[in-house]
Design a protein around this ligand. Structure first.
Ligand SMILES: [Zn+2]
Length: 215
């Protein structure tokens, strides 16, 4: 590669894996042999791609216990095939029971959506967060501090994405078949590690309102 810093960075990744291989080979519970055969996670996590919000560590879960989808600002966009594929597979094949949409305070994507700056192609993704702002502009504009403003939008955005998820045909059809599926909205405080429940849990399509709830 000819770039020592780059080579060292890659070597660290390989060294890190060696440590993991050691850990796995010293495990005596048999769980990794079991994991190699298949997975049956109970949780689907839809979180931000931010490097500071790892799903498993935040929930005390081990490999095999959380199915994960992450994108910038934990969005649920109805035409996002990647999200829909993850959702369909996890709900209908893996039969996950708890779905968590997790935002986090200090989210760069949310902060960017409140600015008038252009960042490139991502602006079109962030526009979906501007749509959430539009629904709650009076509440957000009433907050003076820029950081508090963004953090309020983080919470409101999570609630909106929970609603977006519940209005998908995938979730609604699953609720017609089973009553053991809950969708939660949460927000992470990176500084304390806390995962805060926003009390916006849905467990059936009764709560979605007439236009959204499919027959
Ligand atoms: Zn973020």
């Amino acid at each position: 590669m000819g770039n020592t810093e780059l080579e060292l960075g890659f070597q660290k990744i390989l060294d890190g894996n060696k440590e993991w291989v050691d850990f796995v080979s010293n495990d005596t519970t048999g769980r990794f042999e079991q994991l190699a055969k298949g997975q049956s996670p109970e949780v689907l996590w839809i979180g931000c791609a931010d490097s500071r919000v790892p799903a498993n560590e935040l929930t005390g879960k081990k490999p095999g216990e959380v199915f994960v989808h992450r994108n910038i600002a934990n969005m649920v966009i109805h035409s996002d095939m990647s999200m829909l594929a993850v959702l369909d597979y996890s709900v209908n094949v893996l039969k996950v029971k708890q779905i968590i949409i997790a935002g986090h305070y200090g989210c760069g994507g949310v902060a960017a959506s409140l600015s008038r700056n252009q960042y490139g192609i991502i602006d079109n993704w962030l526009c979906h967060i501007k749509d959430v702002y539009r629904l709650h502009s009076a509440e957000i504009d009433a907050i003076e501090n820029t950081e508090d403003k963004a953090n309020k939008l983080v919470e409101l955005n999570v609630k909106e994405q929970v609603f977006n998820l519940c209005t998908t045909s995938i979730i609604q059809n699953a609720w017609k078949e089973r009553n053991d599926l809950a969708v939660h909205g949460m927000v992470i405080n990176i500084g304390t590690g806390e995962l805060i429940d926003l009390d916006t849990t849905f467990t059936s399509n009764d709560e979605l309102g007439e236009v959204f709830s499919y027959k």
